[in-house]
Write a protein that binds this ligand. Structure first.
Ligand SMILES: Nc1ncnc2c1ncn2[C@@H]1O[C@H](COP(=O)(O)OP(=O)(O)OP(=O)(O)O)[C@@H](O)[C@H]1O
Ligand SMILES: [Mg+2]
Length: 334
């Protein structure tokens, strides 16, 4: 019988609750924390306190909206890591309390695995084995996915994540956090006029720190010549930054496909919401004969729907967690 599961995601700055019944996501609520905008980035202590404030009302709201009785849940799933420890602690402890009081199993889920498995929420679904470029606020990975629970990172960033490259570039432009969606918006109205050299890095790994420095020096020098350079050229600067980051991601993905011979290609994580990246890779998929999979926007950034979906594969195998389980800030995908 298909399980009815409630899932909690609290790894960063979004408190999200999802409920799954008969393999369908009944609700997927996300309480976002706008408060970090004023600090220009996430403040871990503040994020943890906001989760504490939001988590019970969000659970109540989700249960009410789903029409499911508490006694109907057959398991509670939760993000164990990776993420901010203070944020994870809130979700994990509430999940433990629910599992204990309802006398149902607790299922721990790896957040990065869940980003990839979000592809199994809706059709079309990738076939195994496939490659997933997971690009988010904290990670940039090329993942070889052999089965639901058999994932291996074959390339990753050695410094900043792609989402950080977007957010830090945005900060240099005076944009609020998170800048990724704003750069995407401005880029749509601009032209690629400036170029930032692609980092030279071996194999399937990434590095964004050099590109970030190139962007900083370019802006510094341009502002010396024209103090209004950024405001007068915001759209073109954003289009250029976006093109440089996305081209680098695309080129490594092509390399990964060539090296593995895999043409089932997916993208996941917050940056996979980027319209420029979606377009660039859709065009590349045509050229390369890839079957290309893009998640719905609501499943790109952090959400508990991907956690509840991933938890089903553990439930089916009877893989449950001890109530002594501790959250883990750093947690490998396999
Ligand atoms: N349209 C967009 N274009 C570019 N970047 C975007 C877009 N939408 C969101 N992002 C970026 O995605 C990131 C957030 O993604 P996500 O919520 O998956 O990351 P995270 O959960 O903080 O990190 P991780 O999943 O690695 O733990 C931010 O860096 C944000 O700027
Ligand atoms: Mg995430």
């Amino acid at each position: 019988m298909l399980p009815t599961i409630l899932a909690i995601e609290s790894s960063c700055d979004d408190t999200s609750i999802a409920i799954l019944k008969d393999d369908a996501i009944l609700v997927n609520l996300v309480a976002s924390q706008k408060i970090h905008e004023e600090y220009g980035g996430i403040v871990p202590e503040v994020a943890s306190r906001q989760h504490l404030k939001n988590i019970i009302p969000t659970i109540s709201h989700a249960i009410k909206e789903s029409g499911i009785q508490l006694s109907d849940f057959q398991a509670i799933a939760v993000t164990k890591g990776p993420g901010l420890l203070g944020s994870l602690v809130v979700g994990v402890n509430v999940a433990k309390a629910l599992a204990l009081s309802l006398d149902v199993p607790l299922i721990e889920v790896n957040h990065m695995k869940a980003h990839v498995l979000a592809h199994f929420i809706d059709d079309p679904k990738p076939a195994f084995p496939f490659l997933c470029l997971t690009v988010s606020g904290g990670h940039t990975q090329i993942v070889m996915v052999r089965d639901f629970l058999d994932l291996e990172v074959i390339g990753q960033t050695r410094d900043d994540a792609a989402g950080e490259a977007y957010d830090k570039s945005g900060k240099l432009l005076g944009l609020p956090y998170p800048a990724g969606p704003l750069i995407d918006k401005y880029a749509a109205q601009g032209e690629v006029k400036y170029s930032f050299t692609e980092p030279k890095i071996d194999g399937l790994d990434f590095s964004f720190s050099g590109m970030k420095t190139a962007i900083r020096y370019f802006l510094r020098d341009s502002l010396k010549e024209n103090q209004r350079f950024i405001e007068e050229n915001m759209n073109d600067i954003c289009a250029s930054i976006q093109f440089s980051i996305n081209s680098f991601l695309r080129n490594k993905l092509i390399k990964a496909s060539e090296e593995t011979g895999i043409k089932e290609i997916a993208i996941a994580g917050g940056v996979s919401a980027n319209k420029g990246l979606r377009k660039m890779l859709t065009e590349e998929a045509d050229k390369q004969n890839w079957n290309f999979y893009i998640p719905q926007f609501q499943y790109c950034t952090d959400n508990a729907a991907m956690i509840v979906k991933a938890s089903v594969y553990y439930y089916e195998k009877g893989i449950f967690s001890d109530l002594k389980m501790k959250p883990s800030a750093r947690m490998p995908i396999s």
